[in-house]
Design a protein around this ligand. Structure first.
Ligand code: ASP
Ligand code: MG
Length: 421
C-alpha cells in the first residue's frame, strides 16, 4: 500500500466524460489498496472565462479609480477565478462515489492551505495534514481543489496561473506521499515541442534543475514553482497522460534528482518562448550606475528584465544597452524609460517585439566542452542572426528574429542529436 497524490489538469477534466475517465483511473489506484489524494484543475477554458468576467468589469472603472488590477481588486479576482476548481472537485467526488469509492471534496480553506497575501500569485505557507490524513487513513479518497488557498485574514487566494501543479506538489509533501503523479494531455516531457519537431522524444527522466530551466524558458507542462517545491523537498514527480488507452504502457517522465545517465547527455531539451520583447537604449552614458538606473526604472514599474547585453563604444564613452522584457510589459517599459530619458540623458529607445528566445538546456553542459560552438555553428549554417545571448551553468539562450523560431529549434534539436536516444 502506498500513499499517492494524483493531479489532473484542465484538459483531463474538460467535460463529464473526461471526469468519468479520471474517476476510473483514481478508482483503480484506490481499489489497489492505496491511499489516494487527488488535486484537480478547473475544466479547460473555465479559468480564462472567469478572468474575462473580471477584466470586463475592471474596464468600467472611472478615471482616478485604482489602477488596472493594481492590487485593488485582486482579492475578489481570487474569489472568482478559484471557483472553477471547486466545481471539478465536487464532480469528481460524485463520480467516484458512483463507482463505489468513498470520496469527498476538499477546498483550500478546508485543508487550511495557508498562503501569503499576494493575491493572484500567492505562495503557500503551510498545509494542515491532520484532518485530510485521517480521512485518507479511513479509506476515503480526498479530492482537493487545486490553485486555491486561504490567507491569514481568511480571504481566498490563488497561486498564479497553472498553480494546481504547485497545490499537488505541496499536498504530496505535506502528506509525505510515496508518489506524486501529474496527469496532463501529453505523455511526458519532450526533448522539444513535437509540433515543431515531429522526431522529438519523450524523456524517461529529467533532472529537477533541467525541468526548472525548461519550465522557466517556455515549456508549459509544469508551473515553475511546483518544480522548485519538488526539488527543495526531493519529491520525484511523474508527468504522464490521462489520455492513454487502457493497457497501454504509460511511463511518463520522472522529474527527479540527477543521476549519471543524465550527465552523459550533453543537452536534454530545446525550449522556446515567443513571449519576449527587446528594448535597446541608445547611447547611454558609459559610467558606473547607469545600468542600475535602468534596472531601477524597470523594477519600479514592476517589470522583470531578463537578458541584458551592453555594447561599449570606447570613442565617446556611451554604450547601447539591450535587454528583454515580457511581451506584455513592452509598452509599459518603453513609457517608463521615456519618462526617465531626460534625467538619464540617453539618446533614444528602440524596441522590437518580433523576437523569440530559443534555449538549450542540459546538466551535461557542466562537464562537456564545445556546446556553445555547436549551438552557434548550427544557427550560423541556417543564417540565423543572434541578437542577445544569456547563459547559465546548464543553459544557453539566444534571442533571434521570431520568423526563424521553427528553423532554429529544428536546427538545434538535430545538432545535439536529440532525436536519437
Ligand atoms: N485553473 C488554473 C489555471 O488555469 C490553475 C491550473 O489549472 O493549474 O491557471
Ligand atoms: Mg497546467
Amino acid at each position: 500500500m502506498a500513499r499517492i497524490v494524483m493531479k489532473f489538469g484542465g484538459t483531463s477534466v474538460a467535460d463529464l466524460d473526461r471526469i468519468r475517465r479520471v474517476a476510473d483511473l483514481v478508482a483503480a489506484e484506490a481499489k489497489a489498496g492505496n491511499e489516494v489524494a487527488v488535486v484537480v484543475s478547473a475544466m479547460s477554458g473555465e479559468t480564462n472565462r472567469l478572468v474575462a468576467f473580471v477584466d470586463a468589469l475592471d474596464a468600467d472603472r472611472v478615471d482616478g479609480a485604482n489602477d488596472k488590477r493594481g492590487g485593488a481588486i485582486e482579492d475578489e479576482y481570487d474569489t472568482i477565478v478559484s471557483s472553477g476548481e471547486q466545481v471539478t472537485s465536487g464532480l469528481l467526488a460524485i463520480a467516484l462515489r458512483r463507482r463505489g469509492i468513498p470520496a469527498r471534496s476538499w477546498l483550500g480553506w478546508q485543508l487550511s492551505l495557508k498562503t501569503d497575501k499576494a493575491h493572484s500569485k500567492a505562495r503557500i505557507a503551510s498545509i494542515d495534514d491532520s484532518e485530510i490524513g485521517q480521512s485518507l487513513r479511513g479509506g476515503s479518497v480526498a479530492v482537493a481543489a487545486g490553485f486555491q488557498g486561504i490567507t491569514d485574514d481568511r480571504r481566498i487566494s490563488t497561486l498564479g496561473r497553472g498553480g494546481s501543479d504547485t497545490s499537488a506538489v505541496a499536498l504530496a509533501v505535506a502528506l509525505k506521499a510515496d508518489r506524486c503523479d501529474i496527469y496532463t494531455d501529453v505523455d511526458g516531457i519532450y526533448t522539444t515541442d513535437p509540433r515543431i519537431v515531429p522526431e522529438a522524444r519523450r524523456l524517461n527522466r529529467i533532472a529537477f534543475e533541467e525541468m526548472l530551466e525548461l519550465a522557466s524558458l517556455g515549456a508549459k507542462v509544469l508551473q515553475v514553482r511546483s518544480v522548485e517545491l519538488a526539488m527543495n523537498n526531493n519529491l520525484p514527480v511523474r508527468v504522464l497522460t490521462s489520455f492513454a488507452e487502457d493497457g497501454v504502457d504509460n511511463p511518463g517522465t520522472l522529474v527527479c534528482h540527477e543521476d549519471e545517465t543524465m550527465e552523459e547527455r550533453v543537452v536534454s531539451g530545446v525550449a522556446y518562448s515567443r513571449d519576449e520583447a527587446q528594448i535597446t537604449i541608445l547611447r547611454l552614458a558609459d559610467k558606473p550606475g547607469m545600468v542600475a538606473k535602468v534596472c531601477k526604472v524597470m523594477s519600479d514599474a514592476n517589470i522583470i528584465v531578463d537578458m541584458i547585453v551592453q555594447s561599449i563604444s570606447k570613442s565617446d564613452s556611451s554604450a547601447n544597452l539591450t535587454f528583454t522584457v515580457g511581451k506584455r510589459d513592452l509598452e509599459k517599459a518603453v513609457k517608463a524609460l521615456e519618462l526617465a530619458q531626460s534625467d538619464m540623458g540617453f539618446e533614444g529607445i528602440v524596441s522590437d517585439s518580433n523576437v523569440t528566445k530559443v534555449s538549450i538546456v542540459g546538466i551535461g553542459m557542466r562537464s562537456h566542452t564545445g556546446v556553445a560552438q555547436t549551438m552557434f555553428e548550427a544557427l550560423a549554417e541556417r543564417n540565423i542572426n543572434v541578437e542577445v545571448i544569456a547563459t547559465s551553468e546548464i543553459k544557453i539562450s539566444v534571442l533571434i528574429n521570431a520568423e526563424y523560431t521553427e528553423l532554429a529549434v529544428r536546427a538545434l534539436h538535430s545538432a545535439f542529436e536529440l532525436e536519437v536516444s
